[in-house]
Write a protein that binds this ligand. Structure first.
Ligand code: 4NP
Length: 156
């Protein structure tokens, strides 16, 4: 079993969206029993909360239901448990590196590394912006998910 953890700040916008998009892709490609997916936040602000309604709506517009997901905080044990720990932005990446060890730090990756369809290196935080930010974010997440899946497949 390969394990992928998506990580953002609050675990209510970007990373639960990535979890839903990536899981959907795995189901489509009949790989859901080979790869486990989860998400977490580097902060504890929204632990136990469902995804932001705007993130739920953007995912629903693509036929993806993320309503059952609940926020949790990333922990040092995650770095041992997961094979890929995928950060949405540099701030998340730095927070993950701070709880990693010499053995686990190479698991921490920036999500946008997996696509060349965007010049961006980070998935922008949509929390304080307007609703269209969530559609932009899910576009980026879909592109990066395809690239991550491509890489993962070389290990399956
Ligand atoms: P996320 O977005 O990291 O994509 O889940 C945010 C959610 C909440 C906050 C910031 C970003 N916040 O400051 O509460």
């Amino acid at each position: 079993m390969h394990k992928v953890l998506f990580v953002c700040l609050g675990n209510i916008c970007r990373s639960p969206t990535a979890e839903g998009v990536f899981r959907n892709l795995l189901v489509d490609q009949q790989l859901a029993d080979r790869v486990e997916v989860d998400s977490a936040g580097t902060h504890a602000y929204h632990v136990g909360q469902p995804p932001d309604p705007r993130a739920q709506a953007a995912a629903a517009r693509r036929g993806i239901d993320i309503s059952a997901l609940r926020g949790r905080q990333a922990e040092a044990t995650d770095l041992h448990e997961f094979d890929y720990v995928v950060a949405m932005d540099r701030q998340n990446q730095e927070a993950l590196l701070a709880i990693s060890t010499a053995e686990t730090r190479n698991k921490v990756r920036l999500f946008m590394e997996f696509t060349d369809r965007y010049p961006d290196t980070e998935v922008p935080d949509p929390y304080y912006g307007g609703g269209s930010g969530f559609d932009q974010v899910i576009d980026m997440i879909e592109a990066a998910s395809l690239g991550l899946l491509q890489e993962l497949k070389t290990h399956l």
